[in-house]
Design a binder for this molecule. Structure first.
Ligand code: HEM
Length: 143
């Protein structure tokens, strides 16, 4: 269950440094200090609005559902006077299995012999050709 400690906006305003950064989004008070370096939009945008209600800025960016869920992860309380829905959750397990697909190129004995064949056949043909040309040469050799 999310934290439901109640804070005033002036209490939130005390936390506005990169070592201690809080914001309010939709009535939820969030401690985003640890999230600063992870924020895909950069830590500077968060630090610019640190200690404030950033709901408008957050919405203006059009954050994804995943970003909205992340908000819940950093909740430390709620803003005094705000009505906040009791969680609509959804955190993906960090180690939840994700499917991956890949092609494996097998280097088996058969493909090796094909490669050898492709190399040697032109070599043998070329040698035979030059050998034949040498043996059937008719012009006299002048010294
Ligand atoms: C603590 C609350 C926040 C969380 C959890 C969060 C999370 C995220 C995430 C996950 C993204 C990647 C894109 C996406 O999934 O939507 C993102 C991008 C971004 N966020 Fe936030 N964000 C928060 C607050 C803010 C605030 C307050 C601002 C603005 C003042 C902001 C500005 C941006 C910007 C500019 C991007 C980059 C958008 C882009 O390049 O397309 N974020 N944020």
């Amino acid at each position: 269950m999310a934290e439901r400690r109640v804070f005033t906006l002036s209490q939130v305003a005390q936390h506005k440094s990169n070592k201690d950064c809080w914001v309010v989004i939709n009535g939820r008070v969030l401690d985003v200090t640890k999230f600063l370096i992870e924020h895909p939009g950069g830590d500077d945008v968060l630090l610019e609005v640190a200690g404030k209600d950033v709901t408008k800025e957050f919405d203006a960016v059009g954050h994804s559902k995943e970003a909205q869920n992340l908000v819940l992860k950093y909740q430390v309380g709620i803003l005094q006077g705000a009505t906040v829905q009791e969680i609509d959750v959804v955190h993906k397990e960090p180690n939840s299995k994700q499917e991956m697909s890949a092609f494996v190129i097998k280097e088996d004995a058969e493909s090796k012999s094909v490669a050898l064949f492709e190399f040697f056949v032109p070599l043998v043909v070329a040698t035979l050709y030059f050998g034949y040309r040498c043996l059937t040469r008719t012009d006299p050799v002048t010294y």
